[in-house]
Design a protein around this ligand. Structure first.
Ligand SMILES: NC(=O)c1ccc[n+]([C@@H]2O[C@H](COP(=O)([O-])OP(=O)(O)OC[C@H]3O[C@@H](n4cnc5c(N)ncnc54)[C@H](OP(=O)(O)O)[C@@H]3O)[C@@H](O)[C@H]2O)c1
Length: 297
């Protein structure tokens, strides 16, 4: 494997981008990151909205990874926020495909997307080949993935439908720890709804695996699916906090979070057979293993 390649990560300043940068550098890659707020070494400034980028470094890029997008979970989904969630992904991807013209060495593209793109609550295990659902997140993913198809004919590319990323540096695990920390640990909704999840190291390993094998097509980045009750209880156990309160009713979560409540209430199971059939082996294939590793650091 040639480890002297240069990788450019759009949205590399985020949760996944930081860990991916570390793991790419450990493998000997040169890493550059696109950010709307540049200034630090290794960052290239861009503004996907106005299609502006500092082009100086682009000619050296071999591999492009797209993690850019306004955060799905941190604000209410008003009409304006929904537009921002879509635009920040679709416009960024479209602009990246235009920027590819300035990257003569570009040999591979990795596109992030999300696993919440099916008709959830359907009591089946979804495959990558299943149809998109009809809710807001499904249409967001459809538009996002369609914009990635602009890379068709430019270079081989992989789309990763990413599950809830478990990390001890932020994201969903931090949010789930919050009530438990105050002794308010309880299931959300019925607690029986399944959440697909992945340990952040396995996600980054999967991106490295895709780069090594030049995988093409769509893959679920999912280690396993567990119920909300199992996840909340598991986290409480590792935090040495109580877990005995009754479940928070779905109606209350819907009232507080609005449409965004689907992030915690949707019941979704997806398969990871496709990536496993390519030879990928998860280091953290069971929730207990993942939580143990995350809470031991
Ligand atoms: N974390 C998860 O559990 C999870 C699950 C499924 C899918 N994903 C997807 O994977 C990608 C990376 O996730 P993450 O957790 O690392 O996200 P994150 O921490 O929120 O970081 C995303 C990055 O996108 C950039 N960004 C934010 N708003 C933007 C906008 N309006 N226009 C262009 N860029 C913008 C930011 O970079 P600058 O501010 O430096 O420009 C930010 O660092 C996201 O697209 C996310 O939807 C994540």
């Amino acid at each position: 494997m040639d480890t002297t390649k240069s990788v450019l990560i759009a949205g590399g300043s985020g949760l996944i981008g930081k860990q991916l940068t570390k793991m790419l550098k450990e493998r000997g890659y040169f890493v550059y990151k696109l950010s709307r707020n540049a200034g630090k070494q290794g960052y290239i400034q861009w503004d996907p909205k106005s299609k502006k980028v500092d082009e100086k470094q682009l000619a050296r890029i071999d591999i492009l990874i797209n993690l850019a997008g306004a955060n799905i979970g941190d604000k209410n989904w008003t009409t304006a926020r929904k537009k921002e969630l879509i635009d920040s992904r679709v416009q960024s991807t479209e602009f990246l495909s235009e920027m590819a013209a300035k990257m003569p060495k570009l040999m591979y593209y990795v596109a992030a997307s999300g696993v919440n793109c099916y008709n959830e609550n359907e009591q089946k295990v979804f495959q990558e080949s299943d149809d998109y659902g009809s809710d807001f997140l499904s249409s967001l993913v459809r538009d996002w993935e369609t914009s990635s198809d602009r890379f068709y004919g430019i270079c081989p590319y992989m789309k990763l439908r990413i599950a809830m990323v478990l990390s001890n540096k932020g994201g969903s695990l931090t949010a789930m720890k919050r009530p438990i920390n105050f002794g308010l640990g309880s299931p959300l909704g019925t607690g029986n709804q399944f959440h697909p999840w992945i340990h952040i190291d396995d996600l980054c390993r999967m991106i490295l695996f895709g780069i090594d094998k030049k995988l093409e097509g769509t893959y679920h980045a999912v280690a396993d699916c567990d119920t909300n009750r199992t996840m909340m209880k598991g986290i409480a156990k590792y935090m040495h906090r109580p877990f005995f309160l009754p479940a928070v009713p779905s109606a209350i979560l819907k009232f507080i979070l609005g449409e965004r409540s689907m992030l915690v209430l949707a019941d979704l199971q997806v398969s990871n057979e496709k990536i496993k059939n390519e030879g990928f082996v998860f280091k953290y294939d069971k929730l207990n293993k993942a939580l143990k590793a995350l809470f031991s650091k």
